[in-house]
Design a protein around this ligand. Structure first.
Ligand code: SF4
Length: 376
């Protein structure tokens, strides 16, 4: 029986513990994308620290409760040799409803092999793999400064596209980072991805943070809005692009609302809704720094200095001070992952959410509609 996302409904009222957890398992990467905010931190002292061992992962996981959503990111997460064991440790301790893996797709056979191992061990979780695609053909290679990257990403997609038949808990998606250099090509890319068989989702992540090339952030809000409209059209026209998990249609409605709010954030340069970072969401770096969100410069504390106990970090004066400042609305961003919880767990947004839900085509029998759960 698959773990239901609806187990976490009490968090709509009581936001007392994290249910969305992102683990940057490694800072190592086999690509050098100019828009990557995490790569930009590779020179920091923290980046030189040793990666969490499997035992440290186990101790950390055991200090967390049940999770709605667990994301593995990096760096390139599949470069971590023990990614399967790390996944199993969280699966055993936290029973996540969704486990998400973002990959650049540069290691097709290795990614397919490790994904299949994860799927066979974590059968009660919905496992989502998002392959990055920012352009078509050589354009993707140029945008990511990775020669041959497009062919490898497509091979990864083809290998992974065989798995949904054998693993009903598997969802395959594409994620596109929208930034200055590809903002004019979104219609073509959305059309290309729409034609790929066996794909469940296509998400767009707006460039964020402090990328190595700051010009990447020169995005025209209207071009983002146009890209969002293309995705929305693809969703409503093609109900075959659907998630199979319980609650997928609700997620699709949230996703549409989210892109509208991101557009408004871009235009108005201010936060649109209360942010639950630190209360419902946490981010862990490969060396143990715990953040409310990776956009903020200060960590809540390092787990290595708190016995690998998340609750101890959250109970510290420093953490409480940071959470208070988030609560007071001193920051804003367009980070998609936070819009998920900030919308789904905010009853004030339910009328708007209900409108989008009703606008969507009904799910096919035995299936739920959804466009783009869990962008990274
Ligand atoms: S608004 Fe954005 S930057 Fe501020 S805490 Fe929330 S996720 Fe982080």
């Amino acid at each position: 029986m698959r773990y239901s996302p609806f187990r976490h409904l009490p968090s709509v009222i009581w936001k007392r513990r994290p249910i969305q957890f992102t683990f940057f398992v490694t800072r190592r990467c086999n690509a050098r994308c100019p828009f990557c905010f995490y790569l930009n931190g590779a020179d920091r002292a923290e980046a030189k620290s040793e990666e969490f061992s499997l035992e440290e992962v186990r101790r950390t996981a055991s200090s967390l409760g049940r999770l709605l959503w667990l994301a593995f990111s990096g760096g390139e997460p599949y470069l971590r040799k023990d990614l399967v064991e790390v996944s199993r440790a969280f699966y055993a301790a936290n029973r996540p409803a969704i486990m998400l893996y973002s990959t650049n797709g540069l290691l097709p056979e290795l990614i397919a092999e490790r994904t299949e191992q994860i799927l066979s061990h974590c059968r009660n979780s919905t496992v989502v793999v998002k392959v990055s695609l920012d352009g078509i053909g050589g354009e993707h290679d140029r945008l990511r400064a990775t020669p041959g990257g497009f062919e490898k990403a497509m091979r990864t997609y083809r290998l992974l596209s065989k798995l949904p038949e054998r693993y009903p808990n598997f969802e395959l998606g594409i994620n596109t980072v929208l930034f200055r250099d590809n903002q004019d090509q979104m219609d073509a890319l959305v059309g290309f991805v729409r034609g790929l068989p066996n794909l469940r989702t296509h998400t767009i992540s707006l460039v964020r943070g402090n990328p190595p090339d700051p010009r990447c952030k020169d995005v025209d809000p209207d071009k983002y809005r146009q890209a969002a409209a293309s995705l929305e059209e693809a969703l409503t026209a093609r109900t075959a692009t659907i998630y199979r998990f319980n609650g997928g249609r609700l997620k699709a409605a949230q996703d549409i609302l989210q892109r509208r709010m991101i557009y408004r954030t871009l235009v108005e340069q201010r936060r649109q809704t209360p942010c639950y970072a630190g209360r419902l969401n946490l981010v862990l770096t490969e060396s143990g720094e715990l953040f409310a969100c990776e956009m903020l410069p200060h960590s809540l504390g390092n787990l290595r200095e708190h016995g690998h106990d998340v609750r101890r970090v959250l109970g510290s004066t420093r953490a409480r001070h940071i959470l208070d400042s988030i609560h007071q609305g001193r920051c804003y961003c367009t980070h998609e992952c936070y819009f998920i919880t900030n919308i789904l767990f905010n009853p004030r947004l339910y009328p708007a959410l209900a409108r989008e839900y009703l606008r969507l085509a009904p799910a096919q029998p035995g299936r739920e509609t959804a466009s783009s759960f869990l962008p990274r």
